[in-house]
Design a protein around this ligand. Structure first.
Ligand code: NDP
Length: 277
C-alpha cells in the first residue's frame, strides 16, 4: 500500500481503519474484532482510535484484534484535551497502552485543542517519544492558525500529521489548511470520509458508482485517495465494508467523474473555518 514517510522515517499508510463507536456495546464487540482482524489479514495495517472512543473500550476491542500481531499494526491513539497537560498526557498514554496491551503507539495525537498549553502537550509527547512509548506524534482538529502556532513551539517541528474532518461535503480545508500542510510535507488524515454514511445516498456518487459497478462509499473514499497528501480512515464493522473500503484503492476516477463530483460538492471559494464532528 502507498504510504507517507514521517519525520521519524516511519511510513504512514494512505488507508486505515477507524474505530469510533466501537467498544460501545457488548453485542457488536465480536463483529468489531473480526472486522479489524479481517482488515489486518488483507493488509490494512493502520488502526485509528482514541481514549475517548467507548471511554477506553474501543482500545480494548483493538487489543483483542491485534493480539499476537502487534508488529503488523500502525497504531494511532489520541489524548483528550482535558488530559493534555504534561503529567496528565503521560498518564493518559500509559492507560491507553495498558488497554491496548502494547508498549508503544506508532502515533499519538492531541484529539482537539483545549485549555492545556500546547507547549506542555508537545513537551509531554516529546518525553513519551524519548521513552519509546510513542514513535510519532501529532494533532487533530487544528485549523491553520493553530498549526502555525504549534509548529513554532519547541517540539513542534516533529508534528507528523493533523487529523481533520475532510470528505466531499466538507472541502473547506482545500482553501488553506491542506495546501499549507502539503508545503510542510505533512500528511493530513481525513476522518469521517463518508460523513458517517450520510454521503451515500447522494446522486452523483450513486451515478458514478453505478457506471463503475462499485459502491457510493468506494467513490467517496477513492475521491479522497485521489487528493495529494491525504490519508483516509473509514470505520467499518462489517467484513464486507472492510473489503469494499480496501478495494477503493484500485478505483480510478476519470476527469468526467471528478467534474461531476466538483459540481455536486464545490470546492471552497473563500476561507471556511475548520469543522469537526
Ligand atoms: P465514516 O465516514 O468512516 O463512516 C462510518 C460509517 O459508515 C459506519 O456506520 C460504517 O458502518 C459505515 N460504512 C463504512 N464503510 C462502508 C461502506 N463501504 N459502505 C457503506 N457503509 C460503510 O465515519 P467516522 O466518523 O467513523 O470516521 C472514521 C474514523 O475517523 C473514526 O472511526 C475515527 O477513528 C476517526 N474520527 C476522528 C475524529 C477526530 O476528531 N479526530 C472525529 C471523527 C472520526 P459499519 O460500521 O456498519 O461497517
Amino acid at each position: 500500500m502507498r504510504s507517507f514517510r514521517l519525520p521519524s522515517g516511519d511510513q504512514l499508510p494512505v488507508l486505515g481503519m477507524g474505530t469510533w463507536k466501537m467498544g460501545e456495546s457488548s453485542r457488536s464487540r465480536s463483529a468489531e474484532v473480526k472486522a479489524l482482524r479481517h482488515g489486518l489479514d488483507l493488509g490494512i495495517s493502520l488502526i485509528d482510535t482514541a481514549e475517548m472512543y467507548g471511554e477506553g473500550e474501543a482500545e480494548t476491542v483493538i487489543a483483542e484484534a491485534i493480539a499476537g500481531r502487534r508488529s503488523e499494526v500502525f497504531l494511532v491513539s489520541k489524548v483528550y484535551p482535558h488530559n493534555a497537560s504534561y503529567s496528565a498526557a503521560i498518564a493518559a498514554c500509559d492507560r491507553s497502552l495498558k488497554r491496548l496491551q502494547t508498549d508503544y503507539l506508532d502515533l499519538y495525537l492531541l484529539h482537539w485543542r483545549g485549555a492545556a498549553p500546547l507547549s506542555e502537550t508537545l513537551a509531554a509527547f516529546e518525553a513519551l517519544q524519548q521513552a519509546g512509548k510513542i514513535r510519532n506524534y501529532g494533532v487533530s482538529n487544528f485549523d491553520i492558525d493553530d498549526m502555525k502556532e504549534a509548529l513554532d513551539l519547541p517540539a513542534g517541528e516533529a508534528i507528523a500529521t493533523n487529523q481533520v474532518l475532510y470528505n466531499l461535503s466538507r472541502r473547506g480545508i482545500e482553501w488553506d489548511l491542506l495546501p499549507w500542510c502539503r508545503q510542510q510535507h505533512m500528511p493530513v488524515m481525513a476522518y469521517s470520509p463518508i460523513e458517517q454514511g450520510r454521503l451515500l445516498p447522494q446522486r452523483s456518487l450513486q451515478t458514478i458508482a453505478k457506471q463503475k459497478g462499485i459502491t457510493a462509499a468506494q467513490v467517496a473514499i477513492a475521491w479522497l485517495l485521489h487528493q495529494e497528501n491525504v490519508v483516509v480512515i473509514p470505520k467499518a464493522s462489517s467484513l464486507k465494508h472492510v473489503e469494499e473500503n480496501l478495494a477503493a484503492l484500485d478505483v480510478q476516477l476519470s476527469p468526467e467523474d471528478l467534474q461531476m463530483l466538483d459540481q455536486a460538492f464545490p470546492a471552497p471559494t473563500r476561507p471556511v473555518a475548520l469543522q469537526m464532528l
